[in-house]
Design a protein around this ligand. Structure first.
Ligand code: SIN
Length: 502
């Protein structure tokens, strides 16, 4: 007997995009929020820098945010979506404040703002100093717990989209008892986050396997701009460390941090004379990569020693403490850093209301490609994208709610095996291949080799269909890795975070 659940709206993912969508939907709607792990483990909780936003309506400052976003994105951005992003920012920050989010404030009660790479003005709001994501998410989870129309399911992973031709009808979920549940819904929102788990080092948790993107791809939904994987210039470098890498926020450079190579020599003037350390991330990561190559080293340094200990402990309490625990007093010592995977600019293609190419299916946050990031995301525009487009999705769904009703679906006969395999070797190889051949600098022959190696795993995985989170995470990883490789092969020229040597 198949277990069936039905909701008005199903949301997959418990980060800012998913939770803010749920909170913005009408409280008369019955919502199922499915999260494959614990709600605290999503990438939004790890965001240090903040949210870029002009809170007051000021046309010239909003225009400047728009231009900074386009410039960072190498003008590959969708102009309409980018305009919406910067113009609707203030409204959603006000909404977060009214929900109870505590952004850092000055003594006079105004919001504190900071600077990050690619921004010409101080417009980044933060919370808890350098712990913005954790603070914002904690306040939103409080709000979520008060909503009786939202059922939250942790440790329940969606594995496939149920659809009839090009119309989404629900998802298949593996529940906590490791049984299949058919979850039907009038509208489905994918907010499943990024792909950091396919690289050896990422600022994301390893659980970021591109699940929503892979599921959408299997259902025939359009996936775009996947070659634009953003590498954060300043992951905290620890020799031989793999997996989740501690981030040294771009805000450290915003407050005057200087990049030095292994010889202690400042180098950014060679790569971007005008913006130096505050050039956008693609420029800085590529500069560091080149500098590491030229100095036969696997890291460079970030120097913030000219700031007082008092300033650093207040402004960057998390970073200060983490570095100290690793033997680095950032008020005296240079911080060892190297680029690591951080953010996927591409994803499931959407229009300006978050609608995908499949009827009734929406995508938002890192798994989506609204077009606002172009070829490289501007710092602190990711949390902003989550709230602006989650808000728009909710607005559309709220207007359509009167059309909702019972969903008729013929449930597919899925034949699963229940093996205990964990596919560890395949996961390790995916991460090795992506980190070696599909990293900051890309070559045709490397991409072809990566494709060959990973296609072999994909074909082997397709031969069986094991009913387990491990299986689906692994096939999702290899699926998104192959899409990245194919789209990287198709784009022959260098632009933004896609740097082709040949
Ligand atoms: C950071 O603090 O450097 C990360 C912020 C972002 O990814 O925009």
């Amino acid at each position: 007997m198949k277990e069936i659940k039905q909701f008005d709206v199903v949301i997959l993912g418990g980060g800012l995009a998913g939770v803010y969508t749920a909170l913005s939907l009408d409280s008369s709607l019955h919502i199922g929020l499915f999260i494959k792990d614990k709600i605290e483990r999503g990438s939004s909780n790890l965001a240090q820098g903040g949210i870029a936003a002009e809170v007051e309506w000021d046309e010239s400052r909003i225009e400047e945010h728009y231009e900074d976003t386009l410039r960072a994105g190498a003008y590959l951005n969708n102009p309409e979506a980018t305009k919406i992003l910067v113009e609707e920012a203030g409204k959603h920050i006000q909404n977060l404040l009214s929900i109870g989010v505590h952004f850092d404030k000055n003594e006079d009660g105004s919001l504190v703002t900071t600077l990050e790479g690619g921004h010409r003005s101080r417009r980044i709001l933060h919370a808890g100093g350098d712990d913005t994501g954790a603070h914002v998410m904690r306040d939103l989870r409080d709000a979520l717990s008060k909503r009786t129309n939202i059922d939250v399911y942790e440790d329940e992973m969606a594995i496939e989209i149920l659809h009839n031709e090009n119309k989404a009808l629900g998802v298949i979920v593996i529940n906590q008892q490791n049984e299949e549940v058919y979850v039907l819904a009038n509208r489905i929102v994918l907010a499943t986050g990024g792909i950091g788990g396919i690289y050896k080092k990422s600022t994301n948790e390893k659980i970021a396997c591109g699940d929503g993107i892979a599921m959408a791809a299997r259902a025939g939904v359009t996936i775009k701009n996947m070659e634009f994987v953003q590498f954060h210039p300043t992951g905290f470098y620890v020799e031989d460390q793999i997996g989740k890498t501690f981030l040294i926020s771009e805000a450290v450079r915003g407050e005057g941090g200087i990049l030095r190579n292994i010889e202690g020599v400042r180098f950014m003037e060679k790569y971007d004379k005008e913006r130096l350390e505050l050039a956008p991330r693609d420029v800085v990561s590529q500069a560091i990569h080149r500098e590491m190559f030229d100095t036969w080293s696997d890291h460079v340094f970030l120097d913030i020693t000219h700031k007082s200990k008092d300033f650093l402990t207040k402004r960057f309490p998390t970073i200060y403490q983490h570095c100290l625990e690793n033997g680095i007093d950032i008020s005296k010592d240079y911080i060892p850093v190297a680029p690591v995977e951080h953010f996927l600019c591409g994803g499931i293609g959407t229009d300006v209301n978050g609608k995908t190419s499949m009827e009734n299916l929406y995508a938002v946050g890192e798994c989506a490609n609204t077009g606002v990031h172009g070829a490289n995301r501007l710092a602190s525009n990711s949390l902003l994208e989550c709230i602006v487009f989650a808000g728009r999705i909710a607005e559309v769904i709220n207007k359509e709610k009167n059309q909702f009703g019972k969903i008729d679906v013929v449930l597919p006969d899925m034949v699963f095996t229940h093996k205990k395999y964990n596919f560890k070797d395949i996961r390790v190889e995916i991460r090795d291949v992506m980190s070696k051949y599909v990293f900051i600098v890309r070559k045709e022959e490397d991409l072809m080799l990566a494709k060959k190696l990973l296609t072999k795993h994909y074909n082997n995985l397709k031969k069986i269909q094991v009913f387990s989170r491990y299986y689906y995470e692994t096939i999702n990883m290899v699926t998104v890795a192959l899409i990245i490789i194919d789209q990287a092969l198709a784009r022959k020229d260098s632009i933004g975070c896609h740097f082709r040597l040949n």
